[in-house]
Design a protein around this ligand. Structure first.
Ligand code: NAG
Ligand code: NAG
Ligand code: NAG
Ligand code: NAG
Ligand code: NAG
Ligand code: NAG
Ligand code: NAG
Ligand code: NAG
Length: 483
């Protein structure tokens, strides 16, 4: 009885919301929305979904959101490369049959681009926003252009992908993706990396023709091939359907999750996730950084001798807090190197030389003595020399010890200037200091330039190496880590 009442209450509140937002079952040509005016969205019949403006940053984005549930969960965003608009724009279903965003001044932005002109539009109760032609045939639908979320009845078609958002408050494109590949495998990769096995951090390991990812109303998330054979059940389904909405979403942290939303309480729970370890998504911490779990929250850190490139942005990674010297100049140096170790920490293996060594100390010495060695991994008597950048680092239970070469600047006064110059030749020494100072400055500039070129070359080489080694590492890398 109580449940029924709650349901009734929620229906009434949905209806009220729908009325307030002007329920449009059939949006006709000439209709328009503005971010701050009386009409900022078009609701579905039930009031559960709405299409229109929602607040984002200092402006407004256009999208579809759960209007009937507290919190306005966004499930689709238009113009994802640049989704935020000022308040003086309007969204128009223009009389010439286009859905466009008009700036008070300036060019129109096309929100949906069907091949035919539109006669009407509708926000359906399924969460699908559709555009019709004059024959009432659907010519464009948001379900065929997913951003980061799949709803029940929606499908991720072969060759299509979902992209994570940049942050919880920024729906522009983030750094992770999930792709329904042509070969039938559902795989997750970092956005800026090619879809090759070495970059994968989750794979369904299904194979077939015309495979699609599907979500049903009972929370059943599964992969079927073109003859409708289920290749894999990601969830069993059969979850309660009243007062619940299910949705599959690639989150900001790169993990693909199935959520259950309660339309009464507005709370949500996770029913399934592609990986359990929040440090698994590759690229979360950027070059040289490593991921570690603190109270069940993933956190990025820099190795000793490194600082964050941009402390507010983990994916920009870490850089050395000292300048290195070129391997060619083994003459006068003002950088002193030492090795710092990090236990139970692993990065991708880009070994350029493997040494059999008896001890960790021996490995440290091998790396210190090799100008090309910037870090080394020591495990089970094996010493593997590395160049920067170190990629996809994380803390694990693995016994690998990472040895990082750290440079400290030896102060110039210690190494060059005599400690107590005789009084009589003070003037000459001043000139000397000046000359030495200028030479050192010029030398320093030369070193930085050379080092810059060197580091850049190393980066190019290292990335090539990942791509090349990709196929070899496929089984290991692409295997689902937790499911
Ligand atoms: C929407 O309304 C217009 C005019 O009211 C009508 O011509 C059109 O057929 C309707 N479209 C749909 C899909 O119901
Ligand atoms: C908004 O609604 C109010 C009351 O219904 C009306 O007086 C006002 O003119 C409307 N404003 C616009 C911009 O439509
Ligand atoms: C619209 O808003 C933008 C940003 O707030 C402003 O730069 C622009 O001048 C405005 N345009 C008009 C015509 O008011
Ligand atoms: C779909 O999978 C089933 C079972 O593996 C297989 O028999 C069938 O041939 C597949 N269909 C296509 C079109 O690949
Ligand atoms: C997947 O689940 C459906 C029903 O939820 C079941 O009928 C089917 O046998 C399952 N298939 C596999 C491959 O587990
Ligand atoms: C919402 O919270 C209630 C009470 O804590 C719980 O019974 C329900 O399962 C939750 N619903 C979801 C979808 O998490
Ligand atoms: C660089 O990092 C090392 C190790 O973390 C630290 O000892 C040193 O003081 C740092 N140097 C600078 C210039 O920040
Ligand atoms: C973070 O850094 C990356 C790489 O430098 C950059 O592409 C991205 O736009 C940055 N993100 C934010 C939110 O600043």
């Amino acid at each position: 009885m109580a449940v029924f009442l709650l349901f009734l209450l929620s229906s009434v509140s949905c209806l009220a919301t729908a009325l307030a937002q002007q329920s449009h079952l059939n949006i006709s040509l000439g209709s328009s929305l503005t971010p701050t005016g009386n009409s900022s969205s078009w609701s579905s019949h039930s009031g559960l979904f709405a299409f229109g403006f929602y607040q984002q940053g200092n402006g407004y984005a256009v999208g579809i959101y759960l209007a009937g549930i507290p919190g306005k969960t966004v499930i689709w965003t238009a113009n994802r490369l640049s989704p935020v608009f000022p308040s003086n724009v309007s969204l128009v279903l223009s009389s010439d049959g286009r859905l466009i965003l008009q700036h008070t001044q300036g060019q129109d932005i096309v929100i949906a681009d069907p091949s035919e002109s539109i006669s009407s539009a509708s926000m359906l109760d399924s969460g699908n926003f559709v555009l019709y032609n004059s024959d009432k045939k659907i010519v464009w639908q948001s379900f065929e252009h997913p951003t980061n979320t799949l709803l029940p009845g929606q499908q991720l078609a072969t060759g299509h992908e979902l992209y994570s958002s940049a942050s919880e408050t920024d729906d522009s494109m983030g750094i992770f993706r999930i792709k329904m590949q042509d070969d039938g495998n559902l795989v997750q990769y970092p956005v800026r990396k090619p879809g090759s096995p070495g970059y994968a951090y989750y794979a369904s390991n299904t194979f077939g023709n015309g495979v699609t990812l599907n979500l049903d109303g009972d929370g059943h998330l599964y992969l079927i091939n073109s003859s409708l054979t289920i290749l894999s059940n990601l969830t069993k389904g059969g979850y309660p359907q009243d007062g619940r909405v299910y949705m599959a979403k690639i989150d900001v942290d790169g993990i693909f999750r199935l959520y259950s939303y309660s339309s009464n309480q507005g709370n949500r729970s996770i029913l399934w996730e592609s990986v359990e370890d929040k440090c698994t998504p590759k690229g979360l911490c950027g070059p040289n950084g490593f991921c570690t779990m603190m109270d069940n929250v993933a956190e990025c850190r820099c190795p000793p001798g490194f600082d964050f490139v941009n402390p507010g942005n983990w994916s920009s990674g870490c850089e050395r807090n000292f300048t290195t010297e070129s391997c060619k100049s083994n003459s006068i140096t003002n950088v002193k190197y030492e090795i710092r170790s990090l236990a139970n920490t692993v990065w991708e293996d880009n070994t350029f030389a493997t040494m059999e060594t008896s001890t960790q100390e021996d490995c440290e010495k091998q790396c210190l003595d090799d100008c090309n060695c910037e870090a080394a991994f020591y495990k089970d008597g094996e010493c593997r020399k590395q160049r920067l950048p170190l990629t996809y680092g994380k803390r694990t239970s693995d016994s690998n010890v990472a040895l990082v070469k750290v440079g400290t600047l030896v102060s110039i006064s210690e190494s060059v200037i005599p400690s107590s110059p005789p009084k009589s030749i003070k003037k000459e020494i001043r000139v000397d200091i000046l000359v030495i100072g200028i030479s050192l400055a010029v030398f320093g500039v030369m070193i930085s330039v050379t080092a810059g070129v060197y580091v850049h070359r190393n980066q190019v080489r290292a990335y090539k190496k990942i791509t090349q080694s990709g196929n070899v590492e496929f089984v290991e890398d692409a295997a689902p880590k937790a499911c």
